[in-house]
Design a protein around this ligand. Structure first.
Ligand SMILES: [Zn+2]
Length: 274
């Protein structure tokens, strides 16, 4: 917000200088003895025609837009917001109790809707309503008591299979609805790292070979700096796989089942749902 008096620009080059003859008047200010003028020579004439006066000047600028001092925005009270959050938590609690495991986001824009598993990491800022109620929403609530951060829809897997075909599926949690299967990623075995633990090792065709439980690189000191791992032992719950560091390996999905179930369990615990 700003107050516009007369916006002829903010450029101080607009300033003009006015001149006048003046005498100092009892220490509190200048007593002009000629009319202020932009003509410096005329003002100087006035000075010279008097005794004891001096030439003074002032900058005269156009009107400018000045920033208005804005009062701090009002926030809705914690009591008000917490009351709404309690109702929203009840909606989520009810959905969990009905066996919902699939979440649809962006429900207000049908073309942008996305299907997720309830443990998807991307849902944290939506399902934790105290995070969804950002300062921006708390400010807006003061002026518009109907405003709410978006709330997803909840469905059982069967319901989602039956009714929600055609909605895009999240590429992070990959709900595997409507015949969709988990993505297969291919990478060099030497590029395997801790973040791949818990993901499913697979054949190039996508046949699961087990959940990765351990990754060990074996490298001779001479080659370590330049070539990375020469040999990698990938252990899955179905047994070990010995591969060269340069071999391609294949991994199913982006988020481990453990990660998804841990997040869902944390949500249930927070809302007190068994
Ligand atoms: Zn997701």
């Amino acid at each position: 917000m700003s107050i516009t008096v007369e916006d002829t620009g903010f450029n101080t080059m607009d300033a003009t200088t006015e001149w006048a003859a003046a005498v100092h008047f009892d220490g509190t200010g200048w007593d002009l003895i000629s009319e202020p003028t932009t003509d410096r020579a005329a003002a100087l004439d006035a000075v010279q025609s008097t005794t004891d006066s001096v030439l003074i000047s002032r900058e005269v600028t156009s009107w400018q837009t000045v920033p208005e001092l804005r009062p701090p925005r009002l926030l809705a009270s914690d009591d008000t917001v917490n009351g709404i959050i309690a109702e929203e938590d009840n909606v989520i609690r009810g959905a969990l109790n009905r066996g919902a495991t699939i979440v649809v986001t962006k429900t207000h824009k049908p073309a942008e809707r996305v299907l997720h598993r309830i443990g998807c990491p991307s849902l944290t800022p939506l399902l934790d309503r105290s995070k969804a109620w950002t300062t921006w929403f708390r400010e807006r609530l003061v002026e518009d008591h109907t405003i709410r951060p978006s709330m997803p829809d909840f469905h059982t897997r069967d319901d989602a299979e039956a009714r929600l075909a055609g909605i895009r599926q999240c590429t992070t949690c990959e709900p595997e609805l409507h015949g969709a299967t988990r993505s297969i990623r291919s990478l060099r075995a030497g590029g395997l790292a801790e973040r791949h633990l818990g993901l499913t090792l697979a054949t190039e065709g996508g046949t699961p070979l087990g959940t990765i439980t351990d990754i060990r690189s074996h490298t001779s000191a001479a080659k370590q700096q330049r070539w990375g791992a020469e040999h990698v032992t990938i252990t899955t719950d179905a047994g070990p796989h010995e591969v060269a560091g340069t071999d391609r390996v294949h991994i199913l999905g982006n988020v481990s089942e453990t990660n998804l179930t841990t997040r869902e369990a944390a949500l249930r615990q927070r809302l007190g749902v068994a």
